[in-house]
Design a protein around this ligand. Structure first.
Ligand code: SF4
Length: 475
């Protein structure tokens, strides 16, 4: 059985994905970049709890590699769809001050880490990392490099906004060793771009891709969003066709998450012009068909890659992992160390997150404290469910015997409720449970979150205890 070929068959050659079924499973659900998910974490877990935990885990016995994430929060203007933690300002002196705080945070954290471990992944996210000048980014890189031990095959990447990223940025970053670049496009249609307050020409995107390749970046990722105002199946067809011509190695096509109670500026976009119901499914189905016909393979959730891209190979050989940056290839089981405003860290057995406001970040660091806002120590039950959910999300199958062996349980007894909850999904053809194994069908692969959700011990309480949906829709 070739799972990629079966998936392509479903979307390209058959009309077997019905609107009614898509509607039935289009529920609010976590993206499972962590388990338990962030709303479960506790404010009571602060800097002291973090350093106590670090003393237990940053030892030679644990010795997992590191993945580093640095959050650079500044943007020149706000895109109205964006719910990221950003600081919008044109006053570039803020960036210099932030860089100094970041250096101090690094110095505060370093004594708690095992610096002999290899770094397998490094990512600058935001915000807009290239809001910083090439010289500022180089100083940041030098600071990190002084202390951390990079693996020769490490993935070193950044998010770049084509509107503000210069050739000098790319030449500097390529010289420093950056090898992957990810850029937001969202939609190329001018009417959509006006409505979302992000006007970016195809030429700007093309220039950034061409320059990145010319100066030596190995991998180019492009992000699109569906569900934005004025998008139609016809208009998004043109967007996808344009992006396929630009030939990125990986694509993400995110479902727009409308959360105006968290991101009030989303209300500036014309609600009545947003595609709804089946129109959204048509856009999703059509974009998936276009990517598959162009030769990309489906990785999971909203990700596609060229078949020779290492992410596609990692999916094939079941070595794909997931962390706060999404699907990851080289980070494996690495501990993720997040630095900067709102950055999340994922340690062996616990999570921690930095404060979200610049003023709080500055106060903590100026008084010599790690800027930890909240965190969570996983119980044995959490670790077991985390292993199950990550395997379902990354491999789209689960072997009960491997979980039994790892956690000394009998899967069917421990997860009797979850297996019962999966019965209707099995009846709808999303998966099969046979021979002590869950196997997703091609259709089930687009609903990996729905299949993982019954294994989440917190979800029911979270959903019923909240006035507003905490998570985006699965489609
Ligand atoms: S989408 Fe990117 S550029 Fe736009 S506001 Fe969000 S982080 Fe800034």
């Amino acid at each position: 059985m070739n799972r990629q070929a079966d998936f392509k068959d479903l979307f390209v050659h058959s009309t077997g994905v019905e609107d009614a079924l898509l509607e039935r499973y289009n529920l609010s659900g976590p993206r499972y970049t962590s388990y338990p998910t962030a709303p479960v974490w506790q404010d009571a877990f602060g800097a002291d709890a973090l350093t106590t935990m670090l003393a237990k885990t940053q030892t030679k016995q644990v010795a997992l590699p590191y993945s580093l994430y640095i959050h650079l929060p500044f943007c020149e203007s706000r895109c109205h769809f964006c719910a990221c933690n950003v600081v919008v300002t044109k006053q570039t002196q803020h960036a210099e001050k932030y860089l100094e705080l970041l250096f101090q945070e690094i110095d505060l954290l370093l004594p708690h880490l095992d610096l002999s471990r290899p770094v397998m992944q490094f990512h600058l996210g935001g915000g807009t990392p290239t809001y910083m000048t090439p010289q500022q980014l180089e100083r940041l890189w030098v600071k990190i490099n002084q202390h951390f031990n990079f693996h020769p095959q490490a993935e070193i990447s950044l998010e770049a906004d084509p509107r503000v990223t210069t050739r000098e940025h790319l030449e500097t970053l390529a010289r420093l060793g950056f090898n992957r670049i990810s850029m937001g496009v969202q939609d190329v249609d001018p009417t959509v771009q006006e409505a979302i307050h992000r006007v970016q020409s195809v030429e700007e995107t093309q220039t950034l891709i061409d320059t990145a390749r010319a100066v030596g970046f190995d991998g180019v990722n492009v992000d699109l969003i569906y569900g934005l105002p004025h998008q139609t199946a016809e208009s998004f067809y043109e967007t996808v066709a344009t992006i396929i011509r630009l030939n990125p190695d990986r694509l993400a096509v995110y479902n727009y998450a409308h959360v105006p109670w968290m991101a009030p500026w989303q209300s500036y976009m014309p609600q009545e012009a947003m595609p709804k119901g089946t129109e959204k499914y048509v856009i999703f189905r059509q974009a998936t068909k276009q990517f598959l016909e162009a030769g990309y393979v489906y990785i999971g959730m909203d990700h596609y890659a060229k078949p020779n891209d290492e992410m596609a190979r990692a999916w094939d050989d079941a070595s794909l992992h997931r962390n706060f940056m999404g699907y990851t290839v080289r980070a494996g089981q690495a501990e993720l160390v997040g630095l900067g405003l709102s950055a999340i860290s994922s340690w062996k057995g616990y999570y921690s997150q930095n404060v979200k406001k610049l003023s709080q970040y500055e106060t903590a660091i100026s008084s010599g404290r790690l800027p930890t806002w909240r965190g969570y120590a996983l119980s044995d039950d959490d670790l077991l469910r985390q292993a199950v959910i990550m395997q379902l999300m990354c491999q789209n199958r689960l072997d009960f015997a491997s979980i039994d062996a790892q956690f000394k349980i009998t899967f069917e007894s421990y997860f009797a409720d979850a297996l019962e909850a999966l019965e209707p999904l099995e009846a709808d053809g999303l998966l099969s449970i046979e021979n002590r194994r869950i196997e997703f069908s091609p259709l089930g692969r687009i609903f990996s979150r729905n299949i993982a959700m019954p294994f989440d011990a917190y979800l029911q309480a979270q959903v019923s205890g909240s006035q507003k949906p905490l998570f985006s829709k699965t489609l």
